[in-house]
Ligand binder design. Structure first.
Ligand SMILES: [Zn+2]
Length: 1012
């Protein structure tokens, strides 16, 4: 549900609108967005929305259309605003489909449940499965559309727009207006924050330590509860004013930020104190298994106990760069093995860790977990003993696969599958290799669990409570299916609460499950023979995974493990022994724990609007028939026009530049143009580029013209025929680079792509001199421009092909894990003929944290008759980022020694038409190395490195002769410090000893580049 706040990639695209730099898929390196599927988009028009969807999600899209209109009514009432223009809504059937969208630039992470962007005010989201979850994302994103429209925000907006407001303000408001003041998940965060006495001051809510969604929602709930929910819209309008959020508080609420912080904290502490007194933290009654102290990681979730209760599979962030699957001993918590390595894997695009867990086979020998590979859902079976992959099942008919469970006979795997935007139950038969569908409806069917005798499947569903005709979504309750007949019966759960994650008791006569009865998620046990459920935990925070529906509990013989929210993370605890698993009577809390202070029950304008049955979703019959999608280009972004007007001794001149980016709603077609002009016609520069991203093959073509102008001036008094004149002379060198070009790219995976490009370029050089004469009174007498002779125009045909691979993980100043390479062959013909060969291989290993060992081997050579032409850019070994210690600016005349022809061998040997370079670097975060623990960079985004560089350059005529003193390789050793400056540039300082510069010792060197 992250809001795309800045159109950074579109901006980059604009500035990179030179064809050689524009790439359908990234640049020199980079990961790819792969269009695995072609979607046949259609448009469904409702009163306020244009809904873009494809056939597979037909039923879900028609439901979403009705939900969207209901949200429109609610939000236009709450914010007292009607949206200008029609609201575009792009729907994808699943997360993997959504991550292929071109409507949003850049990579979309797994945690992104939807995006609202500012250029076209598009809402783009995948169906979440349960109608209630999709409905929430839809409401959340529509709040953003209202925020943009109310504040006149678009992609060009800077200050005084929604884009300038803090994330807690924007995202917290979207959560508050789409969920309201009753939210057990956010309330859990606030209770924990209050318990630790770590409630943040409002002015510190920008700190990335405070998740803006949860803290922002809690603060908005407080403001709404204390000052009335009308204050939400009023504050939005006031906050884009000059004084920002703080002055809006004073103006609208009549309190300053400090007082508001104090009142908010007091209300939270006062509300939650009685709950804290009636509950316990897990360590008080359960055994810690995997906790932050043990593992040095904040997130340990989705625990799955082996059938004998001895081992646990779980997801953890202990490697910092990704969430991966680990195997641990259930007694000691000792990690036995890491099962997956998604950070640097070219294979796994997702492990579905947000909403899913894996499952053990009943003999405890195998483990199955779901994932996404090549855009399709997979089930991966691994050997628990050695972690080796035994089998990978691709489920082509489905979009996502969640929460598998193995049948007791070991032959079938049941899971919740996403298809067409809805969750249903499916069974995969391992010997028949066939999928069977168990349910087929718009209701959610989640968390299936096989009974010990294999005859029944327990699961969680909203089918007993959701009313599809009115789209009134209800709570998740427990159900049991008879596998033989397919009959489903309700198994129970608490009214008005979520009831999820059923697990069978070993005798098959009862279920353990999670419920947020009373507003806190705890473990309960119920007997299928009837009777009141018993309570196993009574936690202050809650039994929880990352989201409120994530799996968080697993039961085996005599043991239950669960993950609980604490210390801003998730730890895994165990309940051991039959007595613990028997539970106690239900414990009632003094007040409902799921309400955000200051309110103690659901009330206020937001709550009553969200729950008002009179605000109905319009009937399906009111929708017009869909129309096919037609791509129409519309303006997304205008680059800052720069107009400079000035007067100098040579007259008035003007220069200006402007760029435009156009695209269609789906983002499949892009047109970028730019123009730069001065008052001199021949100095015009500009470009136009078209890119097609509709299919997996991305292609584009363009034209461009770039002038490079340099000028020199001289002036003086001249005497001509006894008359004195004042003469001003202007020399001008104008190099013009014009071309037509095309590019074609095919991503083999998110990590690897193949690309080809072709171009015809014309490089012209023009030199002229302009004389202007003036009399002694300053009156201009003449102006005379003479063209000087120069090089003939170069006509070049160019073609290149490259294979690019990238699984690297970037730290803050350089890559720290994974590997990447680029292999490129290029041919230039015409006025200059040469072949270019490039191989660039890099690998980053982290044998122990936080130290990275980085290696690079690179070769670039030009071959052919034109390879050593002086008009080509020089290949120089000493440029920053190649061989350090040989910066061209650092050379002194004394280093050249004495030569007859004036050449400088110490310098010349760094230049050639072929270069080979090798680098080795040990890099580590300064903070992580000094302080240890899990905070890698801590508050200091500084990286230190010890390095050795070497390189050799040679030319066509010189040959590679190591015996020739002038051509021998050069090397250096040294140390470097790199710092990330405000997230947009990396600065590197080197203390380096060049080993092949006689008479030169250690030097300081500086450059502005990320590490290789
Ligand atoms: Zn958002």
């Amino acid at each position: 549900m992250r809001l795309q706040l800045r159109l950074i990639s579109a901006l980059l695209f604009c500035t990179l609108a030179v064809p050689s730099a524009v790439n359908a898929q990234g640049g020199y390196f980079g990961r790819n967005k792969v269009q695995y599927q072609d979607f046949d988009f259609k448009v469904l028009k409702t009163e306020h929305f244009d809904i873009y969807y494809y056939s597979e999600e037909d039923e879900a899209a028609h439901i979403a259309a009705r939900l969207a209109e209901r949200w429109y009514t609610r939000l236009s009432t709450l914010l007292n605003h009607e949206l200008r223009g029609r609201q575009p809504l792009l729907l994808y059937a699943s997360g993997p489909h959504f991550r292929q969208t071109n409507a949003i630039e850049g990579e979309l992470g797994e945690g992104t449940g939807g995006v609202t962007e500012a250029a076209k005010r598009r809402i783009v989201l995948p169906f979440a499965g349960p109608i209630e979850s999709t409905d929430h994302v839809l409401g959340h994103e529509l709040v953003h559309a209202f925020q943009y429209d109310i504040t006149n925000t678009n992609a060009n907006s800077g200050a005084n727009s929604a884009l300038s407001l803090p994330l807690w303000f924007i995202e917290g408001m979207a959560e508050y207006l789409s969920i309201g003041p009753v939210d057990p998940h956010t309330a859990m965060w606030m209770r924990e924050s209050a318990r630790r006495e770590k409630l943040p001051e409002i002015r510190k809510l920008d700190d990335p330590r405070y998740f803006p969604y949860r803290y922002g929602q809690a603060l908005w709930a407080y403001i709404g509860g204390k000052y009335g929910d009308r204050a939400v819209g009023t504050l939005l309008r006031a906050s884009i004013g000059r004084g920002g959020v703080e002055s809006a508080f004073e103006q609208i609420l009549g309190v300053d930020e400090k007082t508001l912080t104090k009142e908010w904290h007091e209300a939270v502490i006062a509300n939650y104190r009685p709950i804290a007194e009636a509950t316990k933290m897990p360590a008080a009654f359960a055994r810690p298994v995997i906790t932050t102290q043990h593992s040095g990681a904040g997130m340990n979730v989705s625990p799955e106990l082996s059938p004998d209760g001895s081992r646990i599979m779980f997801f953890s962030s202990r490697d910092l760069f990704s969430i991966d699957l680990y195997l641990a001993d259930a007694k000691t918590g000792q990690v036995i093995r890491k099962i997956t390595d998604t950070a640097t894997s070219a294979h796994f695009e997702s492990l579905q860790f947000l909403t899913s867990a894996g499952a053990w086979s009943h003999d405890g020998k195998r483990f199955v977990f779901p994932g996404i590979a090549k855009g399709q859902p997979i089930l991966v079976v691994v050997h628990a003993d050695n972690g080796k992959k035994e089998r990978e099942i691709t489920l082509k008919e489905l979009d996502e696969v969640l929460n598998p469970a193995w049948s007791p006979d070991g032959n079938q795997i049941v899971f919740s599958g996403l298809r067409g935007g809805f969750n249903d139950l499916f069974v995969y038969d391992l010997s028949a290799k066939a999928v069977r569908r168990l349910t087929n409806d718009a209701y959610a069917e989640l968390d299936p669990a096989w009974s010990p005798d294999g005859r029944q499947i327990a699961f969680s569903t909203d089918r007993f409570s959701t009313k599809l005709p009115t789209l009134q979504s209800g709570d998740l309750r427990l159900a049991i299916m008879d596998v033989g007949s397919g009959q489903v019966r309700e198994a129970g759960g608490f009214d008005g609460a979520k009831n999820i994650s059923p697990q069978w008791t070993p005798d098959g006569r009862g279920l353990y499950f999670l419920s947020d009865r009373e507003g806190i998620t705890n473990i309960y046990r119920m007997s299928l023979d009837g009777g009141t459920p018993r309570q196993l935990t009574n936690i202050l925070t809650g039994v929880s995974g990352i989201t409120n529906l994530s799996p968080a509990m697993s039961a085996a013989e005599g043991r239950i493990v669960f993950s609980a929210y604490e210390n801003d993370g998730y730890n895994i605890y165990a309940l051991d022994g039959e007595q613990m698993l028997a539970g106690t009577q239900q414990i009632d809390l003094p007040i409902p724990a799921g309400v955000l202070p200051p309110r103690r029950t659901g009330q206020g304008a937001v709550f009553s609007t969200l729950t008002n049955p009179a605000i109905v979703a319009p009937a399906a019959a009111e929708q017009a028939p869909p129309q096919p999608y037609k791509a129409k280009l519309g303006l997304d972004y205008v680059g800052q026009p720069t107009i400079g007007v000035g007067t100098d001794p040579f007259g008035t001149y003007a220069a200006g530049g402007v760029s435009f980016l156009f695209s269609d709603i789906l983002g499949n077609h892009l047109v970028a143009t730019s123009a730069q002009m001065t008052s001199r016609f021949d100095e015009f520069g500009g470009s136009a580029f078209y890119l097609n991203r509709q299919h997996r093959w991305n292609w584009g073509f363009g034209v461009d013209s770039t002038p490079y102008v340099s000028r020199a001036f001289e002036s003086g008094i001249v005497n001509n025929g006894g008359q004195n004149y004042y003469l001003e002379r202007e020399y001008r060198i104008l190099q013009t680079d014009r071309g037509v070009s095309s590019v074609l790219a095919y991503p083999l995976s998110t990590a690897q792509r193949f690309e080809v490009s072709g171009a015809f370029r014309q490089v012209g050089l023009k030199q002229d001199v302009t004389d202007r004469t003036y009399d002694i009174n300053g009156n201009q007498l003449s102006e005379d421009t003479t063209t000087l002779s120069s090089y003939p125009t170069l006509n070049l045909g160019q073609a290149a092909g490259a294979l690019v691979y990238d699984t690297s993980v970037f730290g803050v100043t350089s890559p720290i894990r994974g590997s990447r390479y680029r292999l490129e062959l290029s041919q230039t013909t015409g006025s200059l003929k040469y072949t270019g060969v490039l191989t660039d291989l890099r690998t980053y290993m982290m044998p122990f944290r936080p130290y990275t060992f980085a290696l690079r081997g690179m070769y670039y050579g030009r071959y052919g008759s034109g390879a050593a032409d002086e008009r080509l850019p020089t290949l120089y070994l000493g440029y920053p980022g190649l061989v350090r210690g040989y910066d061209p600016g650092s050379f002194e005349a004394g280093e050249c020694g004495v030569s007859v022809d004036g050449s400088c061998s110490a310098f010349d040997r760094l230049i050639g038409s072929r270069v080979a370079i090798g680098n080795a670097e040990l890099r580590f975060p300064l903070w992580g190395a000094l302080a240890g623990g899990d905070r890698f960079y801590g508050p200091l985004p500084i990286e230190m490195a010890i390095f050795a560089d070497a390189g050799v350059a040679w030319g066509k005529t010189n040959g590679l002769a190591f015996s020739d003193a002038a051509r021998k390789p050069v090397s250096s050793v040294g140390a470097a410090a790199r710092i990330n400056v405000f997230g947009f540039a990396v600065a590197e300082i080197d203390y380096v000893r060049p080993l092949d510069r006689p008479g030169r010792g250690w030097l300081w060197q500086f450059n502005l580049m990320p590490g290789f």
